[in-house]
Design a protein around this ligand. Structure first.
Ligand code: FAD
Length: 469
């Protein structure tokens, strides 16, 4: 492999080679996890390529194949499992320069992958009175391509579900990592070949996304006597199909009071908090719904006018707000399956007390109202974290491990043979974001099989140097 040979071959590309800047662009929010922090802290590329258009992307990819240089795509670098970190060095492909909207029409937008979600939103609102059906809580910083390649759901998933639900992405334009890269348009069921694949099997240059009607959203913060009452309210809100809403989250007593700085002093100590976004015309329907579950509205204000929108206290932002106050915290990502979700939440509360603080997000999965847990965890040791995950899973609460950097150990929990087959065609040399798809190295992997650095949370987990081998 010779990064220098790629640089020499493409002098017209905008390169970053200053080691400090390259290291900065080789990192994401992996440090959310104490496990990933230990494993990945030393990871860095040798150079960062900043293409301005698809032709430059193709030229960089062809040169990397010629010189057998690993290439790791990157959007804004807000992924929180080290997805965008170049485990085998090589070159980081920064796609933020591909930031144009190609076209809009009522209900649909086509845009380049590097556009920031906040900028996309402003354009679709202005041109067609539409907005993305849902967005991550990193809307103000993340890119569209990074959300599709590395994210899954977020603000609006209470109505539209996850990115994996058919219809939530309409088209992906993908460049293959071959000696002569091809440009493929994936549509319909084919989209899942590259959707949430961490950029391991193609570089997305354009996306076609469905839009929802754009509303004036209102942030609503309410308090409840306990977590379960707040959760029952949020579930009822999501199930109320007539009320247009975009968010229904809950945090346990003490969480907002300790960690949500702008709201300190606003909430009665010992109460649980619900965080919701509803469309302005429907705000008047909330007080009776709140009263049914013993809740009380304490704050309502337009999302647009807020210095920090309420969605930046939900999803993975809850953890960020908490980390700003207490660096010893970390988190889980889990599902409390219906119909026993409330019993399971109460059971986990009884088992862990203040060590695992509930943070719930209500969404629709396959049309069914479902309860995700993004619990805050008081971290002590990696062994205890692994034990907390094991106890949840044994109780029937699956954990989508946010302390692992591979596709399979995180959200997927299995090998995605469709994505593996596509990688065999689109990246036959295994140069794209190497190390993130276990199946590429071990097609027979199962979660039960323990091997090498893919193991999560083992006392003998290797040091960073070994990960980089
Ligand atoms: P990056 O982090 O740069 O990249 C993400 C992955 O996509 C990497 O594997 C990268 O290699 C790959 N990639 C990037 N661009 C391309 C491309 N054009 N082609 C192919 N591969 C590409 N996620 C959610 O789903 N919902 C949330 O609500 C949410 N909230 C978050 C809150 C915080 C505070 C943080 C730190 C993270 C959160 N995330 C959430 C995770 C992350 O912010 C989102 O998934 C985000 O959309 C990633 O976009 P990005 O541009 O930063 O991508």
């Amino acid at each position: 492999m010779s990064v220098q040979a790629v640089l020499a071959e493409l002098p017209a590309i905008d390169w970053i080679t200053d080691p400090a800047l390259v290291r900065q662009r080789s990192r994401d929010f992996f440090w959310y996890s104490p496990v990933l922090k230990r494993q990945l802290n030393g990871v860095t590329a040798e150079a960062v390529a900043c293409p301005r258009d698809e032709a430059e992307v193709i030229a960089i990819m062809a040169a990397c194949v010629k010189h057998q240089v690993p290439l790791t795509p990157r959007g804004a670098g807000t992924g929180n499992y080290g997805q965008a970190m170049p485990l085998k060095g090589g070159i980081v492909l920064d796609l933020m320069g591909l930031n144009r909207v190609i076209w809009t029409k009522p209900g649909v937008v086509r845009a380049q992958a590097g556009i920031k979600l906040i900028e996309l939103d402003a354009i679709t609102r202005r041109e067609v009175r539409g907005e993305l059906r849902f967005h991550p809580s990193t809307k103000r910083t993340a890119s569209l391509g990074g959300f599709i390649a590395g994210g899954s759901s977020g603000i609006g998933s209470c109505t539209y579900g996850k990115l994996r639900e058919p219809g939530n992405i309409l088209g992906l334009r993908v460049v293959t990592m071959e000696a002569q890269p091809r440009v493929l348009e994936l549509r319909g069921a084919e989209i899942d070949k590259a959707n949430h694949a961490y950029g391991t099997n193609g570089v997305i240059t354009e996306l076609e996304m469905p839009l929802a009607p754009a509303w004036d959203w209102i942030d609503v913060l309410s308090e409840f006597p306990d977590t379960i009452s707040a959760a029952r309210f949020s579930e009822a809100l999501v199930a109320s199909d007539g009320i247009v809403k975009k968010m229904a989250g809950v945090v346990a007593p003490g969480v907002a009071q300790r960690y949500f700085k702008p709201f300190l002093g606003m909430l009665v100590p010992g109460t649980a908090t619900s965080l919701a976004m509803v469309a302005e015309p429907f705000l008047e329907l909330l007080p009776p719904l709140l009263a049914r579950f013993g809740g009380r509205q304490v704050h309502a204000a337009p999302t647009e006018a807020a210095e920090t929108p309420l969605y930046e206290f939900t999803w993975n932002h809850t953890t960020l707000q908490a980390l700003k106050v207490d660096r010893s915290l970390t988190y889980l990502q889990s599902l409390f399956p219906a119909p026993h979700h409330f019993d399971l939440i109460a059971k986990m509360d009884a088992l862990f007390g203040d060590e695992v603080m509930q943070h719930l997000e209500f969404v629709r999965l396959g049309g069914v109202v479902s309860c995700f847990g993004l619990q805050l965890v008081r971290f002590t040791t990696e062994e205890r974290l692994a034990e907390i995950i094991r106890i949840h899973e044994e109780a029937g609460v699956p954990v989508f491990n946010p302390h692992a950097f591979t596709l399979e150990e995180g959200g997927m929990k299995r090998i995605d043979s469709e994505q593996l087959d596509f990688k065999r065609i689109a990246d036959p040399n295994g140069l794209l974001n190497p190390g993130k798809m276990i199946a590429w190295d071990d097609p027979d992997w199962t979660p039960e099989r323990k091997r090498g650095f893919y193991l999560y949370g083992q006392a003998d987990a290797p040091a960073v140097e070994e990960v980089l081998e």
